[in-house]
Design a protein around this ligand. Structure first.
Ligand code: GLA
Length: 399
């Protein structure tokens, strides 16, 4: 009997089946990624400058922590097959860079792909998964974005399980960001594989366009929002639907940036800034560091908002929060302002998926306007709402 018990104990304490590092992303990851603004123009000077700016701008205090170098940091593999950084772009090496980021209280993210080459044609991880995971662990990497270029013939779940297991075997807790653009329905299988998965193709710098790259397309803010919407049942703590990096501060108007940022907060999707943090307007800083909007994104329940109703060009989105509170956003898709009178007592927000209900006929909620930074009354009144063109009004309701 004792022997059987010991055998059982030994087997169950071994990691016979692979696993991810649990609990690394209990709220949506927040940080910065180089791709949207810099593409292949990455270097250690840039990354250090961005990290300094993340601290100086107040973004670190607002909750951002990961600095992720996307594609093109790679040099060649050494004689034993270990990947090296590009010698001119990263002359001090990745360990030194990781040490610098860690000394600022930030975390270090890196990028690879499941094929032989990254999307920009640099050496990727196929055949080197365990070696790469070991190298990242030695460098002090905290986050890996793992792409899907050049993977013809590979099974997506299998390929992502291989890198998951490699990371786990290397013993350093590293967030795994799955980036296969939603092509293989990762929301159905990736919950135990990674901490987040992209739901769509790449975001493009526009409000509502489709940008044709020939063999693939990139999508404007509204296009991604609409593709992401039906996936809410799969979103939650430690396993996030990833709507792609932010375009805030990259050239859209301030009202569009505010709407884009607010909706990523409502979706409970990662907030990865994608602009040049060293050169930000005050408006961009104000958007990226709005702590009450960020708190909606980081709410511990991790519930992705649903579209409750559409009034003309205005969508009403609802996101249940902890302590019986709720965020409500009025998103105006149109290029002209929209005015509406919201008679709360006529509305009941019902979330069938997460089993929440908010009724305003018997219960009074206080309304806080998160961009105006003021309390504007209660749900006993009719609220007159003017949503500017391509903009958003965002409330937090609490009893
Ligand atoms: C793919 C990804 C992007 C970016 C580029 C880099 O397109 O989806 O987010 O990482 O590759 O080449």
């Amino acid at each position: 009997m004792e022997k059987i018990f010991i055998l059982f104990f030994t087997l169950s304490s071994l990691s016979v089946y692979g696993q991810k590092f649990d609990g690394l992303a209990e709220t949506p990851p927040m940080g910065w990624n180089s791709w949207n603004h810099f593409q292949c123009n990455v270097s250690e000077d840039l990354i250090k400058g961005i990290a300094d700016a993340m601290v100086a701008s107040g973004m670190k205090d607002a909750g951002y922590q990961y600095i992720v170098i996307d594609d093109c940091w790679h040099g060649e593999r050494d004689e034993n097959g270990f990947i090296q950084p590009h010698p001119e772009r990263f002359p001090s090496g990745m360990k030194a860079l990781a040490d610098y980021l860690h000394s600022l209280g930030l975390k270090f993210g890196i990028y690879s792909s499941a094929g032989y080459l990254t999307c920009a044609g640099y050496p990727a991880s196929r055949g080197h998964e365990y070696q790469d995971a070991l190298q990242y662990a030695r460098w002090g990497v905290d986050y890996l974005k793992y792409d899907w270029c050049g993977t013809e013939g590979l099974n997506a779940k299998g390929a992502y399980m291989t890198i998951r297991d490699a990371l786990y075997t290397a013993r350093r807790p590293i967030v795994l960001s799955i980036c296969e653009w939603g092509d293989n329905d990762p929301w159905l299988w990736a919950k135990d594989v990674g901490h987040l998965w992209r739901t769509t193709g790449d975001i493009h710098l526009c409000w509502d366009c489709r940008y044709d790259h020939g063999t693939w397309a990139a999508w404007g803010f509204l296009k991604i929002l609409d593709m992401h919407e039906p996936l809410r049942e799969h979103n939650g703590p430690d396993h996030w639907n990833d709507a792609d990096m932010l375009q805030v501060g990259n050239g859209m108007s301030v009202n569009m940036d505010r709407a884009h940022f607010s909706m990523w907060a409502m979706l409970a999707t990662p907030l990865m800034a994608g602009n040049d943090l060293r050169n930000m307007s005050q408006e961009t800083i104000d958007i990226l560091t709005n702590k009450e909007v960020i708190a909606v994104n980081q709410d511990p329940l991790g519930i992705q908002a649903f579209k409750y109703r559409v009034f003309g060009t205005v969508d009403v989105w609802v996101k249940p929060l902890e302590n019986g509170e709720v965020a409500v956003a009025f998103l105006n898709r149109a290029e002209f302002p929209m005015e509406l009178y919201f008679r709360w007592e006529e509305h009941t927000f019902i979330d069938d998926v997460f089993n929440k209900e908010f009724s305003f006929s018997g219960t009074t909620y206080n309304i806080r306007d998160l961009w105006a930074d003021e309390n504007i009354g209660t749900t006993n009144d009719i609220t007159s709402i003017t949503v500017p063109a391509n903009d958003i009004i965002m409330y937090r309701l609490a009893q």
